[in-house]
Design a protein around this ligand. Structure first.
Ligand code: FES
Length: 132
C-alpha cells in the first residue's frame, strides 16, 4: 500500500500519522523533493518546501508552528518570516527579501488514509521553475 493513483496524480506514502509530533516539523525526502511536514492540533498535515526562500537553507522543518487569524502558519527558524501552511504564501517578510523571486513556499497536497500520511508530488506549484 505505497501508492495510489488519483485523477490528479500520484500519492506517495511518507509515514504514519503518529510518527509526526503535533506542532513539530519533520523533514522528508519525497520523490527527490525536500519537504517539511507539519501536523497541527486538529490532526491536519501539511507539506511545504524544506528550503527557506529567505536564507536558502533547508531548515523549514525547524520552524515554529502557529496560527494567524485562524490560518495555520510556520515561522522560518532563521529570520522569522511567517508562511501559511495551507498555501505556502509568505504572510510576513520581517524586513527581508527572498533570495530568488518568490517569498512563498511550494506546497504539496497531503491526505491521511488509514493513518498513513500520503503526499502528492506530481503537482507542485513551481515544478516548471526548477533551476539547473
Ligand atoms: S510580506 Fe511576504 S509576500 Fe508580502
Amino acid at each position: 500500500m505505497s501508492e495510489t493513483t488519483a485523477e490528479t496524480g500520484t500519492w506517495v506514502a511518507v509515514c504514519a500519522l503518529e510518527e509526526l509530533t503535533v506542532e513539530r516539523g519533520a523533514a522528508a525526502l519525497v520523490g527527490g523533493l525536500q519537504m517539511a511536514l507539519f501536523r497541527t492540533p486538529d490532526d491536519a498535515v501539511y507539506a511545504v518546501a524544506q528550503r527557506d526562500p529567505f536564507s536558502g537553507a533547508n531548515v523549514m522543518s525547524r520552524g515554529i508552528v502557529g496560527t494567524r487569524q485562524g490560518e495555520p502558519t510556520v515561522a522560518g527558524p532563521l529570520y522569522k518570516q511567517v508562511f501559511s501552511l495551507r498555501t505556502g504564501a509568505c504572510l510576513e517578510r520581517a524586513g527581508y527579501e527572498p533570495l530568488d523571486g518568490t517569498p512563498d513556499l511550494t506546497t504539496w497536497p497531503v491526505q491521511v488514509v488509514d493513518t498513513v500520511v500520503q503526499v502528492q508530488t506530481s503537482h507542485s506549484r513551481d515544478q516548471e521553475d526548477v533551476k539547473s
